[in-house]
Design a protein around this ligand. Structure first.
Ligand code: NAP
Length: 279
């Protein structure tokens, strides 16, 4: 339903056509019978400043940001929450009633909520592969969640070192080439690289050293069962796919724009899988 008073939000990205966020938020709008809509907004990086200026004048409630805008948006914000400040990236913006533009980061929250039911008593050591924007949010979330040690491995080691320095003592770096051995005594293995995505190479890693009680999660969700998750599942590990992170990170955003904290209903996952042909 959409009236002249309808609440409008959307996702800004370049490209944005692959985004599942419109299917996700419009599912909830429909389910809760809210007068509103959520739209894709393709915006080139150089157009972002102009777009940010115009959106409050159009009465837009807010927007998500995806690549390459999560960091580019920062200079145009009036306020950033603690998570966004520390992570240095914003994935959710609220345009408040007084016109102020408020940035949040809900990726760390989404990642942790997705794995939380599976990691009770398993918070000693996490191995995180990748040092991009998502990995930074994940390390932040793992530290907040109480993990004792985080081992960070990235193809470009300097990026991992920079990130570890930002986090202080609990994040340690090892070289990308040692990733098979680094899994020794890990409770959690996270793929936060883009390896394993459709049209990308798979992540090359041997799980031989990974303890049997460990949880394996991949934040890539196209395909849903990445080669890493298939391998881990075949070896009997508990696996958690990346679609859950996407659903959970959207909850706080929906709440600030539309005023209801939405539920991750059982029908949502099949709806998203159908929406984008996620396998
Ligand atoms: P990003 O900032 O571009 O980082 C990409 C990461 O992948 C970097 O660590 C990069 O290593 C690594 N990488 C890329 N190609 C590689 C290769 N051939 N060999 C080894 N490492 C390689 O991207 P991001 O924003 O962090 O996102 C990472 C992935 O997570 C994407 O696939 C994204 O779609 C997904 N994601 C999912 C969710 C969710 O809700 N499930 C949320 C956010 C992101 P270098 O530093 O060496 O380049």
């Amino acid at each position: 339903m959409l009236s002249g008073k309808g609440k409008v939000a959307g996702v800004i990205g370049w490209p944005v056509s692959h985004s599942l966020s419109p299917a996700l938020h419009n599912f909830w709008l429909n389910y809760y019978n809210i007068d509103g809509v959520y739209i894709p907004m393709p915006v080139k990086p150089e157009e972002l400043p102009e777009v940010i200026k115009v959106l409050p004048k159009l009465g837009i409630r807010g927007f998500n940001l995806t690549l390459p805008h999560k960091e580019l948006v920062i200079p145009y914000l009036d306020f950033m929450d603690e998570d966004a400040k520390f992570i240095g990236a914003v994935n959710t913006v609220l345009i408040a009633n007084d016109g102020t533009i408020q940035g949040m980061n809900t990726d760390a929250y989404g990642f942790i909520r997705n794995i939380q039911p599976h990691i009770d008593g398993k918070k000693n050591k996490a191995v995180v592969l990748g040092a991009g924007g998502a990995a930074k949010a994940i390390c932040y979330g793992l530290i907040k969640e109480g993990f004792g040690e985080i081992l960070l491995l990235n193809r470009t080691q300097e990026k991992a070192e920079e990130m570890a320095a930002h986090f202080g003592g609990r994040v340690h770096v090892k070289s990308w080439d040692t990733r098979n051995r680094a899994l020794d005594w890990a409770d959690l293995l996270v793929n936060a690289t883009s390896l394993g995505m459709e049209s990308k190479e798979p992540l090359e890693i041997s799980l031989d050293m990974l303890p049997k009680h460990a949880v394996v999660t991949d934040i890539v969700y196209t395909p849903l069962q990445t080669p890493l998750l298939k391998d881990a599942k075949g070896r009997g590990y508990l696996v958690v796919d990346g679609l859950g992170m996407l659903m959970h990170q959207a909850v706080p955003a929906f709440r600030v724009w539309y005023g209801i904290k939405p539920e991750i209903l059982p029908e949502l996952r099949p709806h998203l899988i159908k929406a984008q042909g996620v396998k």
